[in-house]
Design a protein around this ligand. Structure first.
Ligand SMILES: Nc1ncnc2c1ncn2[C@@H]1O[C@H](COP(=O)(O)OP(=O)(O)O)[C@@H](O)[C@H]1O
Ligand SMILES: [Mg+2]
Length: 237
């Protein structure tokens, strides 16, 4: 049997604003297997980021079960959750979320500090990751000395540096022009090709077309979940 990286059972999530309950996820169940490449789509407000934050252990569901790489994370306390997150997840955000005072190299090395890895090894690994995203010559630059696309490549290198079992990206090309978006999608393609599991949120059909499977969310439930026929046809041709 194939091993699930993500196993969700009837995940519900509400936000509470005073006494008012805002139900956002209304029972999401799904499995994502090793080395899948999934695009999560849906209208604004349908719950994509809420679901991604749960998948990335940045938030916990109100009810339901989430097994991540064999760990039941649905009932974990913050500390334990942070531990799993650091080991299993690489997260890429629309706004890059780099530390402005740190160089590209230092930004990429941050997750390795939390993993307790020594300075020399951290720098070596971070250098390798920057080479991988073709930024080997920019390692001393700070975020404000880099273009948006370059910042996103630094963020991708940071997401990969711990060799996580899952790469999550929430609208990673949302702040980038078309040409730069294509370059970033090529990097995600190569990450997937090297054996990683990738889940990315987008509302753009041509970005989603890079993925092998497309899940559509509407009003907090899965509306459809299917193989991306276009990508399959491309791979067979
Ligand atoms: N921290 C929060 N507190 C209260 N409501 C929130 C919070 N985050 C998101 N929401 C609400 O939940 C709904 C879904 O948001 P979100 O998951 O960000 O959707 P999407 O990413 O698909 O646009 C929206 O109505 C949004 O306003
Ligand atoms: Mg969102």
């Amino acid at each position: 049997m194939q091993k699930s990286v993500i196993h969700l059972e009837d995940i519900k999530k509400s936000y509470f604003l005073g006494k008012n309950e805002l139900p956002v996820l209304k029972g999401v169940s799904l499995d994502i297997f090793k080395n899948e490449y999934v695009a999560l789509m849906g209208p604004s407000g349908s719950g994509k980021s809420t679901l991604m934050n749960i998948l990335g252990c940045l938030d916990t569901p109100t009810s339901g079960k989430y097994i991540l790489s064999g760990h039941d994370v649905s009932k974990m306390e913050d500390n334990a959750l942070a531990g799993v997150r650091g080991k299993e997840i690489g997260f890429v955000f629309q706004q890059f979320n780099l530390m402005p005072r740190l160089t590209a190299l230092e930004n990429v090395a941050v997750p390795l500090i939390y993993a307790g890895i020594g300075k020399k090894e951290r720098e070596e690994k971070a250098r390798m990751m920057l080479e991988r995203v073709k930024l080997g010559d920019r390692y001393k630059h700070k975020p404000n000395e880099l273009s948006g696309g370059q910042c996103q490549r630094v963020a991708i290198a940071r997401a990969l540096v711990n060799d996580p079992s899952l790469i999550l990206a929430d609208e990673p090309t949302g702040n980038l022009d078309t040409k730069t978006s294509i370059e970033i999608m090529e990097i995600f393609g190569s990450i997937h090709a090297s054996g990683n599991t990738v889940v990315l949120v987008t509302h753009e059909e041509d970005i989603a077309d890079h993925a092998r499977r497309i899940i559509r969310l509407r009003d907090g439930v899965i509306e459809s979940d299917r193989v991306n026929e276009k990508k399959e046809a491309l791979l067979k041709s």
